[in-house]
Design a protein around this ligand. Structure first.
Ligand SMILES: Nc1ncnc2c1ncn2[C@@H]1O[C@H](COP(=O)(O)OP(=O)(O)O)[C@@H](O)[C@H]1O
Ligand SMILES: [Mg+2]
Length: 227
């Protein structure tokens, strides 16, 4: 069976695309999983465009080609899709064995197909920053998701993930947001915190993995029972 995962929240700039990319690329290249990324984030389609750019660069650089050969796997598929087409696509992909499908979704939820996509998701990761606005956006997203009816045997599992974590920030902000989050029974909290660092920007790639993400992957494997 395929598992459908989305890193999403209604607030832009929280790291949805960056984190999706690090995770999907690591799962594909290091964990040797079958990975497909659906880029439904119209109109930017930054994931899809970044892949296209990387392929162009790769073709011009024998060193990168050698690196890819060393990796031993062709890059995973990144599809540019319209939200309205995603539900049917997910139904097609559902039966694919051992496949992880990552969805990069738009921040706006009032678009055709959105409800039908959410209904099919297995896991949602809400990237969180230490500010009340990001938290509010995350909770609004969860509230909207909770209104969407789902099959009884497929409850949505959602997890808060600290991104752009700053140890210099007042720790009481992290604590108070976590306290609010624990009041939602459907929301778990990932203990791995992704630090605020340019390494995430500089090393993000749809082809070559960055090892720093491995702690998050290990936690997700365990919490999502993906082992
Ligand atoms: N952990 C992080 N540390 C530093 N910069 C980050 C981190 N995560 C994301 N960013 C940067 O924040 C910006 C927004 O990230 P992006 O993934 O495009 O967000 P979204 O897809 O949610 O709009 C990008 O410039 C990205 O490089
Ligand atoms: Mg994005």
């Amino acid at each position: 069976m395929a598992v459908f995962i989305s890193i999403c929240t209604q607030k832009g700039g929280t790291g949805k695309t960056t984190l999706t990319m690090h995770m999907a690329t690591y799962y594909h290249a290091i964990e040797k999983r079958n990975v497909i990324v659906l880029d439904a984030d119209f109109p930017q389609h930054s994931y899809y465009n970044e892949r296209a750019l990387e392929i162009t660069k790769l073709r011009q650089d024998p060193e990168l080609i050698a690196d890819l050969q060393k990796q031993g796997r062709a890059p995973y598929e990144v599809r540019k899709v319209a939200m309205a087409d995603v539900p049917a696509l997910l139904d097609q992909l559902a039966g694919q064995p051992d496949t992880m499908v990552f969805l990069d979704m738009p921040g706006t939820i009032n678009i055709a197909g959105y409800d039908q996509v959410v209904k099919r998701l297995d896991y949602v990761i809400l990237p969180m920053e230490a500010d009340k606005l990001t938290f509010a956006a995350g909770m609004m997203t969860l509230d909207a998701f909770a209104k969407i009816s789902r099959p009884a045997d497929k409850p949505l599992k959602s997890f808060l993930l600290w991104n752009k974590y700053k140890s210099s920030e007042r720790q009481t902000i992290y604590q108070s947001i976590e306290n609010m989050a624990t009041q939602r029974p459907e929301l778990g909290i990932l203990s791995t915190r992704i630090k605020d660092s340019v390494i995430w920007k500089n090393n993000r790639s749809t082809i070559f993995p960055h090892s720093e993400i491995k702690n998050l992957i290990a936690e997700i494997n365990q919490k999502f029972a993906l082992n």
